[in-house]
Design a protein around this ligand. Structure first.
Ligand SMILES: *Cc1c(COP(=O)(O)O)cnc(C)c1O
Length: 393
């Protein structure tokens, strides 16, 4: 089906799938490691690229390809590259677009392990990173050096909820001959389309909103143009960061409801954020949909919704936060986010424990910050749950 000019939800259901010879309504799980050639000429033509087709699942697979085409269309990109995890997508992009002696500029509160990849591993190969507040354009301009090749931005950032102006940074990046990459995990293509705003590449942890059911780990890279796509794809296949067909099938299944899941979750998140903001035991709340967010105007320009992630801190700081997290019964104490189930966690001792405390504080992650990923349960139950948990604070 040609869905290019159709609405977002139609693309979620149909993009990337051109029907199946057996009449399957959904792409089947092509659980095969290798694909038969008609004859030696056919095999040679596939290897030389003269003919399109499947050779070996690490290089490409019909189920995985359907997912790649679907997400590429959602992001308005040239094509997608599926990976075994979100970090597989990020490491593939870094390995493809950075070389020895080169430099990257990134968001200070970027997903902890994305920063660790540069500071603990790529540094051994002569690649350096500078992590700054990318919501401040002056800091971005002054962090760029002659060796800078890549600007890697996470917006909204996790869990500070700070927002970076994608259009402005893309312009700065291109004026300095750098490529601009955005981790769009938090927003998903339903709420934000970085390639339309000037970015060159988008990466996703599909583990989160895109799959949305907390049952697989997966990643995706979408490049805006063919040249950049062709630079990145061989890194995925050569380093073996590929996705599995069964994993791809589950993501395709979860993806179909992305828009209705987010609509519902963000409606509840708004109610919960307002409730928290009015609560006497809460010190501060950071939610993209609250006018108290310092970048409320930019959020409304750049995004088409506010999402379902809330960060907050209690008046009693870390101790009070611990009591709250140990007392909730509907929300689950677990890392990850963006699923149908509500999850609560403590970034400074969990997802961001690998960062130095000073770096954490500089990135807006205070010791007492609690992160809440609002799911699609009945909002009354989520509010009652928080209410009963607060009696133990
Ligand atoms: C979870 C996450 C990742 C890493 O993805 P995995 O699928 O866990 O490898 C990267 N970026 C962001 C913003 C994330 O939330």
């Amino acid at each position: 089906m040609k869905t290019k000019d159709m609405g977002f939800s139609t693309k979620l259901i149909h993009a990337g799938f051109d029907g199946d010879p057996s009449g399957c309504v959904n792409v089947p799980i092509y659980q095969s490691s290798t694909f038969a050639f008609r004859d030696t000429d056919h095999g040679a033509a596939l290897f030389s690229g003269e003919e399109e087709g499947f050779i070996y699942t690490r290089l490409g697979n019909p189920t995985i390809q359907t997912l790649e085409k679907n997400v590429a269309e959602l992001e308005n990109g040239f094509n997608g590259i599926a990976t075994g995890s979100g970090l597989g997508a990020i490491s593939t992009v870094f390995m493809a677009l950075l070389s020895q002696g080169k430099h990257l500029v990134s968001t200070a509160s970027v997903y902890g392990p994305s920063r660790g990849m540069v500071e603990k591993h790529l540094c051994r190969f002569g690649v350096e990173g500078t992590f700054i507040d990318t919501s401040n354009l002056d800091q971005v301009e002054s962090a760029i050096r002659d060796e800078t090749e890549l600007i890697y931005v996470e917006t909204p950032a996790n869990p500070s909820m700070s927002v970076t102006d994608i259009r402005a940074i893309s312009e700065i990046a291109h004026s300095k001959n750098c490529l601009m990459v955005v981790d769009n995990t938090f927003a998903s293509p339903y709420l934000q389309k970085p390639l339309d705003l000037g970015a060159d590449v988008v990466v996703h942890s599909m583990t989160k909103f895109i799959n949305g059911h907390a049952d697989i780990v997966g990643g995706m890279i979408v490049a805006k143009d063919e040249v950049v796509y062709r630079r990145i794809r061989p890194l995925m296949t050569d380093f073996g960061c590929n996705m599995d067909p069964h994993q791809a099938f589950l993501v395709l299944r979860g993806l179909k409801t992305l828009a209705i899941r987010i609509d519902r979750a963000q409606q509840s998140a708004m109610q919960i954020a307002r409730w928290l903001e009015a609560h006497p035991k809460v010190e501060w709340v950071r939610y993209l949909g609250l006018p108290s967010h310092p970048q409320y105007d930019l959020i409304q320009q750049q995004m088409s919704g506010f999402g379902s992630m809330i960060s907050f801190e209690l008046k009693g700081g870390i101790e009070a936060g611990r009591n709250l997290m140990n007392s909730v019964k509907v929300a689950t104490l677990a890392v990850s986010l963006g699923g149908v189930e509500s999850l609560i966690e403590h970034p400074s001792s969990m997802t961001h424990a690998g960062m130095k405390r000073d770096d954490r504080l500089a990135a807006g992650i205070s010791d007492g910050l609690v992160r809440y990923s609002v799911g699609i349960e009945n909002v009354e139950d989520l509010l009652n749950d928080l209410d009963q948990a607060f009696t133990n604070v």
